[in-house]
Design a protein around this ligand. Structure first.
Ligand SMILES: Cc1cc2nc3c(=O)[nH]c(=O)nc-3n(C[C@H](O)[C@H](O)[C@H](O)COP(=O)(O)OP(=O)(O)OC[C@H]3O[C@@H](n4cnc5c(N)ncnc54)[C@H](O)[C@@H]3O)c2cc1C
Length: 335
């Protein structure tokens, strides 16, 4: 059994895996080139919507639902409030997003989103959201309490089968690459098709106009306790940081079309980050030339983090197979 694991990347995926492995008695070292959780994971809107985000792929939907089912216990195990709520998801689009979605209108719609312009929308009752600003710190702290060691400001330069090289040191252990959008820049797993997909977001003041997550044709609304998150662009612009006039306009246009009263809300902040994009939007998790990789979570890394952690830990410690829908082999010539 592996008793020494070195994780590359301290985002939510790396931190959740560190937590899981440390709880199972493994010595875990996490190497983070910047600050744990400071990239996509804390920037994310935090929507937990496996049905809308499955885009018709049955295994991805099933895995997303499995992940969703684990969230209450996992969040409770962190010991602090992470703003997890099953507030439900409204989808203001013509097409039904999923067989479980039911059409609501009139008072049933007004109770969930009094400010919505649409006269009817699809409702999924058991989905929700988590506050990623609280989540990343909570998972990091829980992993440290469980015994995982984090080293920040240390960029991994190379990964071998039994060690990681960073800052002139060779750190022995079983490597797991959780480097998010930067995964294909890590020598050793550079063949993977993970690329950054920038998302711009805007937060405006909290509102009573929306009480559940709302997806529209071109954007979404996330009603946190102290702010409303409006999102998000999907841009292939490499690692260009920051927000743009066009990006913010697109986000605000989409949001105000859904809920015009948001036009009077104060703008609190704006930001962007990089989703770890994969060609089909599904994670890429498994062995790549002898190195375990857990990346490519695209739009669903928050939802899938607890499930990713438990499935990768099962594989490393017990040899259990990983889901075929996530296999890196689907991008190889033979796969
Ligand atoms: C705008 C936006 C909105 C989103 N909304 C949602 C949502 O509502 N629901 C949802 O489920 N998901 C959402 N996501 C997706 C989700 O944020 C990601 O899938 C998830 O955070 C990926 O986690 P990660 O740990 O792989 O990546 P990250 O959080 O980016 O962490 C990767 C870490 O690896 C580190 N790293 C990289 N290279 C190296 C190296 N060589 N050495 C050491 N460290 C390294 C980085 O510094 C970084 O901290 C959203 C993403 C964005 C950008």
């Amino acid at each position: 059994m592996t008793n020494n694991v070195v994780i590359v990347g301290g985002g939510l995926v790396g931190s959740a895996l560190a937590l899981e492995l440390a709880r199972r008695g493994v010595h875990v070292l996490v190497l983070e080139k910047a600050v744990p959780g400071a990239e996509a994971s804390s920037a994310a809107a935090g929507i937990l919507a496996p049905r809308v985000e499955a885009h018709g792929h049955p295994e991805q939907r099933a895995l997303g639902l499995q992940a969703l089912a684990s969230w209450e216990d996992w969040a409770a195990s962190l010991g602090v409030d992470v703003g997890l709520t099953r507030c439900g998801v409204l989808v203001a689009r013509d097409e039904s997003p999923d067989p479980d979605a039911v059409m609501v209108e009139g008072r049933a719609l007004a109770e969930r989103a009094p400010g919505l312009r649409a006269e009817r929308a699809w409702w999924i009752a058991d989905e929700g959201m988590v506050d990623t600003r609280l989540l990343v710190g909570a998972v990091h702290a829980a992993a440290v309490r469980a015994g995982a060691v984090f080293r920040s400001g240390l960029a991994v330069e190379r990964v071998d089968r039994d060690a990681v090289h960073a800052g002139g040191e060779r750190l022995a252990g079983t490597p797991v690459v959780c480097a998010g959008a930067w995964t294909s820049l890590v020598p050793g797993v550079a063949s993977l098709p993970v690329s950054p997909v920038r998302g711009q977001l805007v937060a405006v003041g909290a509102t009573e106009a929306v009480r559940s997550v709302v997806f529209g044709p071109a954007g979404y609304l996330v009603p946190r306790r102290d702010e409303t998150v409006l999102g998000a662009t999907m841009e292939n612009v490499g690692f260009a940081r920051g927000t743009t006039a066009q990006g913010l306009r697109d986000v605000l246009d989409a949001a105000l079309r859904l809920c015009p009263s948001l036009g009077a809300a104060p703008v609190l902040r704006q930001w962007s980050s990089f989703r770890p994009g994969s060609p089909d939007g599904r994670p890429i998790i498994g062995d790549v030339d002898g190195v375990m990789v857990a990346s490519g979570h695209s739009r669903n890394g928050i939802l899938l983090a607890p499930l990713t952690a438990s499935r990768v830990a099962d594989t490393i410690l017990e040899g259990r197979p990983l889901p075929a829908a996530w296999s890196p082999a689907r991008f190889s010539r033979a796969g």
